[in-house]
Design a protein around this ligand. Structure first.
Ligand code: NAG
Ligand code: NAG
Ligand code: NAG
Ligand code: NAG
Ligand code: NAG
Length: 484
């Protein structure tokens, strides 16, 4: 989103121009239906058949929860879907969760570049847009505080508070005892209405909370049909009438949605396996059909990150990329790390990962981040600071939504891999088509698992994020990325 910019950031002016040039509404439009404070349903008298259905559902749910009976966990696998909202013309993508008893729904950034769940609490009010819905632990009868603090630093801001646990519903699943951050202190621009927090979808090895990520709790409990997350993101960047919040695609949990992609999924292994980021080896980058020279002793890792708007890479390779575009120039001042290029040029970049021989193209419309003046555009590929790519096994590329809008993405936990497939005609037909953004629905979850199922002792000392500790001014990127 170019989301959540610390005020100190020099990029502010730049981002303001993003908003203007991309036709992003500057007001915090509160789209109807995206921010629903749930009320407890009035309890109508149930008739006999309704009571029996209710009783059955309760039993199944409890049996699944405690892994007993005919519906022990292995018989209660399922898959589900969470509809996504596209915020500020492809700047960020959020979904919804429901937390507590009674369940209340919150919009959260869906972030495959980090692994913690957190929600802002009322204590963070001063740093939040006026109408942000906050989590109030005292209103949930199932909330349990933990005697532990929580803090996380992203590329563009931080969030801190305490840890607690409660029941969390997502994509038709429910996890009891999910540990998450109740955030009292948040960088002022980290959250943009109607978003209340962030759902990390990477592996628990990078969870600052030490908690098992929600999706991994479901996986560990045997609740998922398959160890998969499938993501489809819509494109509005070149739609003339884009609204602040538009339909954003869908996240499938436990399965892929076969009607959203065509052909085979090109899976490539996550180097190093299932421990931190969803990464792939960056094997090839081409511009206007010509490959760049990625010569490097070490394998270049790319984090596949739904929580980051753009694509960041090593400065030397990004410079090479723009060198292949006549008339391009490095940005200065607020534009440092970015490049401008003539708007008249259609830039065709394609990325290749792992051992694949498929090069996945980025639409020129996605490459064209914004128009700076009548003939000058700014590209969506930017240079990460040297420090963020300084080895230690950390990714040197962040492949965000600029790329991910162009493919259907399969995040597979076992064996750990990320796969890409072509979007189906049905998926492509959703680009730029305004409509009501999804409304959170609170159906009784089909399958329940415990967040502590395989990780009762998950609170532990973390090693990985320390590599990234320390805040630098920059774009709000997920994970611990830096930008200059
Ligand atoms: C119970 O209520 C449901 C929903 O209102 C209705 O469809 C069903 O016919 C009712 N069953 C009986 C036995 O009254
Ligand atoms: C909370 O944690 C602190 C620091 O680890 C410890 O000193 C204190 O005894 C703990 N309190 C409770 C109630 O567990
Ligand atoms: C898969 O995507 C199609 C097209 O958007 C949608 O109609 C369908 O409901 C989705 N399936 C599931 C299980 O979500
Ligand atoms: C991709 O590479 C594999 C193995 O090297 C080869 O068999 C296949 O024909 C290639 N496919 C294309 C489209 O080049
Ligand atoms: C938006 O970009 C896509 C991909 O480049 C293109 O197919 C589509 O025609 C563009 N739409 C508009 C309105 O420019």
């Amino acid at each position: 989103m170019l989301r959540g910019l610390p005020e100190i950031v020099a990029l502010l002016a730049f981002l303001t121009s993003v908003a203007q040039c991309a036709g992003i509404p500057t007001s915090n439009v509160h789209a109807p239906g995206t921010h629903v404070a749930l009320q407890r349903r009035p309890s109508p008298a149930r008739n006999t058949s309704e009571w029996s259905a209710w009783a059955l559902a309760q039993r199944l749910s409890l049996e699944a929860k405690y892994a007993v009976g005919a519906n022990s966990k292995h018989d209660r696998r399922a898959s589900g879907t969470n509809l996504i909202s596209n915020q500020n013309t492809d700047s960020s993508y959020f979904g919804s969760i429901a937390v507590g008893t009674p369940p209340t729904s919150y919009n959260v950034i869906l972030d495959t570049g980090s692994a913690d769940l957190w929600l802002a609490s009322e204590d963070a009010r001063d740093s939040l847009p006026e109408d942000t819905l906050t989590f109030d632990p005292t209103r949930s009868s199932s909330y349990a505080p933990l005697n532990a603090s929580f803090s996380i630093a992203y590329g563009s801001g931080s969030a801190a508070g305490v840890l607690g646990r409660d029941t969390v519903q997502f994509a038709g699943f429910e996890v009891t005892d999910q540990v998450f951050g109740v955030v009292a202190d948040v960088s002022p621009t980290l959250l943009d209405t109607p978003v209340s927090g962030l759902l990390g979808l990477a592996f628990g090895g990078i969870a600052r909370s030490g908690a098992q990520p929600l999706w991994q709790a479901l996986l560990a409990a045997g609740a998922l049909d398959a160890p998969l997350l499938g993501v489809h993101l819509t494109r509005f960047v070149n739609a003339s009438d884009a609204r602040a919040v538009a339909p954003g695609g869908a996240l499938a949990l436990g399965a892929l949605n076969a009607s959203l992609y065509a052909g085979a999924v090109d899976y490539q292994p996550v180097p190093g396996g299932a421990r931190g980021y969803w990464t792939l080896e960056m094997a090839g980058v081409s511009v206007q059909g010509s490959p760049l020279d990625l010569a490097s002793d070490a394998v270049a890792l790319a984090a596949i990150d739904t929580g980051t708007t753009l694509v960041g890479g090593p400065a030397d390779v990004v410079a090479q990329l723009y060198a292949a575009i006549p008339g391009s120039a490095p940005g200065t001042g607020n534009y440092a790390g970015y490049w401008t290029y003539p708007c008249a040029t259609e830039v065709h970049v394609a990325l290749r990962f792992g051992a694949s021989n498929v090069s996945w193209p980025v639409a020129p419309a996605d490459f064209r981040l914004l128009q700076a003046d009548a003939s000058t555009c700014v590209g969506a590929f930017f240079a990460l600071s040297a420090r963020s790519t300084a080895g230690g096994g950390s990714p040197s590329w962040i492949v965000g939504d600029t790329f991910l809008k162009n493919v259907y993405t399969a995040f597979r936990a076992a064996p750990p891999a990320v796969g890409f497939a072509q979007l189906s005609a049905a998926a492509l037909a959703m680009n730029g088509v305004s409509g009501a953004p999804p409304t959170p629905t609170l159906n009784a979850p089909e399958v329940t698992a415990s967040g502590l199922a395989s990780g009762a002792d998950r609170l532990r000392v973390e090693w990985f994020p320390m590599l990234f500790a320390g805040a630098m001014a920059g774009l709000r990127l997920s994970g611990w990325w830096w930008l200059w």
